[in-house]
Write a protein that binds this ligand. Sequence first.
Ligand code: 13P
Length: 301
Amino acid sequence: MAELELDQLVNVVLRRVADRLGQTPDRSRDEWQPALLVAGNWKMNAPGGGAGEALVEFASHLALAPQTGVDTLVFPPATLISSVRSALAGAGASTEVGSQDLHWEPSGAHTGEVSADLVLAAGATWTLVGHSERRAAGETHDQVKAKLHRAVASGLSAVLCVGEGLDDRTNGSTFRVLRVQVQTALAGLALRGVTPGRMAIAYEPVWAIGTGRVAEPAQIDEACAFIRTVAGEEFGAAWASRLRVLYGGSVTEESAADILAIDQVGGLLVGGASLSPKRFAAIVEAGAARAQNLSAQGGGS
Ligand code: 13P
């Protein structure tokens, strides 16, 4: 049997098993909802340029922000993972640290790259995969898939980033683009037994990143719902209902609460505003307020 056919067969079987598991009675959707996830992607920047005192200040602001019902996470440049992790631990913040990228090979002659094991050793527990800025630099769908599978196999949790460009949006290709990005990256991942808490998918429309233009609530809601549906084709509906689908693209402390109020949104991936300790802490606070609101409503909106 050709390798592809075998792969497809395995996927069908796994999907059926996942769907069966999803039908397990006695577990209401509410009990299974994970906390909201508020993450900051510093890109090739760091608060105060990455100086030790600036990281300590960042960590202490974050430690003070109410974080009940919110998981927090920052993605500093790779060289700062270890010092950011120490600063957060020193301030008593529960925030985890992630890598912005990783190579799909475990080690080898790949000058300038970082492996999953190297970022784990530096203190990272998460990684971003497939950010549009990396895709724009030539990263292919298959490379994104290989990175995601490597991350999961190595014990890193991962945020898969997807999103359409402006041309895709204007020519009506948004859902086709999202389907290819999500489906390719997730193919075969159910085999690895990843739990929904160890993964998130960030919907980041390219035209909203760094532009000051936030997607409309209806656009965010339908894109996130679609991403969840496509994820469910790999993992089953019950798994997908617990997946955190984040929104990213020009999120600020002013817009955070409204975006978090969108039904399908399970958190935020914040770029520019995550570099300011005060602004990021305010966004985390908006997450805590939304989590409180959700729990008062009995876990769903
Ligand atoms: P901005 O919040 O700066 O638009 O960046 C979003 C982003 O790319 C997060 O990964």
